[in-house]
Design a protein around this ligand. Structure first.
Ligand code: ASP
Length: 309
């Protein structure tokens, strides 16, 4: 049997250790462990990598701690606009949604786009109509309200600045969530979900729903989910760049992931990290920020849940 494995993230950023209380740290670690184990149990039961990444991301979306689903940040209009994507490395099928609101689990809508439409990427009103056709129940605004997120927004509302959860403010909570997995058949998949940036406007879309930038999976190389300053990750086509280094330069998963996060994205000014698996169940989780909420588990019995370096 192939080694199977899963890795998840809850955002990378400028984590200042002193800002984190032991209670909060515990809450983050518990949420990560819960999502990790839910995905791992599916893999253990012989389910597909795509099922495992969707399940893990759904659990992270249901937590107010992360900037995705329930915990999404506020836009300039005091609303929530969420983005998500999912990709199957076996078939190269992919689905993505952007600028959606009221949907409890954007990752599931992305999966439905992949499986129930002829398209890859649906955005805004059209994506919401698609959700309606597929009987999604919309949550009230109150479901997505979080005091801390609201305060983050109040601090910069009516200004031109928009805040990446993890860059400017040292006490900021962050971030985007994602999962990558390799199942017992050696098939791999990736999923990513986010609320984007606080005070974003003009229909700003980051890297998370963009196949090849914030999310990518191909059995031949790797499955990747990114977190960080989306504009740079789009310009660096980061997730696909890791796959390209593996395919065309014969680099290892670890080598290619490090090259992109510690060199190529830094060279254009980007900060963040990614999680990666290959079809042999290897895992890499590099980041160039002070920390990244992350966790991983393999069928060899290795398990890790960490925040800092
Ligand atoms: N990459 C996300 C975006 O730019 C943000 C994040 O990773 O927290 O929308």
């Amino acid at each position: 049997m192939t080694k199977f494995s899963i890795a998840i993230h809850g955002g990378a950023g400028t984590l200042v250790k002193g800002m984190m209380t032991p209670e909060l740290e515990l809450q983050y670690k518990e949420a990560l462990t819960c999502a990790l184990n839910a995905g791992y149990q599916l893999l253990e039961a012989g389910k597909s990598a795509i099922d495992a990444v969707e399940e893990a991301v759904k659990i992270l979306e249901d937590s107010h701690l992360f900037n995705a689903g329930k915990g999404s940040v506020f836009t300039a209009n005091e609303t929530h606009e969420m983005d998500a994507s999912i990709m199957d490395g076996k078939t190269l099928n992919a689905g993505a949604v952007s600028l959606i609101s009221g949907i409890k689990n954007p990752v599931s809508l992305a999966r439905d786009v992949m499986e129930k439409s002829e398209h890859v990427f649906l955005a805004g009103d059209g994506a919401m109509q698609f959700a309606k056709v597929h009987d999604y129940i919309l949550e009230e605004d109150a479901y997505f309200y979080d005091d801390f997120r609201h305060k983050q927004w109040l601090d910069i509302k009516d200004t031109d600045s928009f805040q990446l959860d993890h860059a400017t403010k040292k006490d900021s909570k962050f971030g985007t969530v994602g999962a990558v997995a390799c199942d017992q058949n050696g098939d791999i998949a990736a999923a990513t979900s986010t609320g984007g940036m606080t005070n974003k406007k003009w229909g700003r879309v980051g890297d998370s729903p963009m196949i090849g930038s914030g999310n990518y999976a191909n059995n031949k190389t790797c499955a990747i989910s990114c977190t960080g300053s989306g504009e740079f990750f789009i310009r660096g086509v980061v997730a696909y760049d890791v796959a390209c280094l593996m395919e065309h330069k014969a680099m290892t998963l670890e080598g290619a992931s490090n090259e992109v996060i510690h060199k190529r994205i830094l060279e254009i000014g980007g900060d963040g990290g990614l999680i990666a698996v290959d079809a042999e169940g290897n895992i890499a989780m590099p980041f160039n920020t002070e920390g990244m909420y992350r966790a991983s588990k393999t069928s060899n019995g290795e398990q890790a849940v960490s925040i800092y370096k």
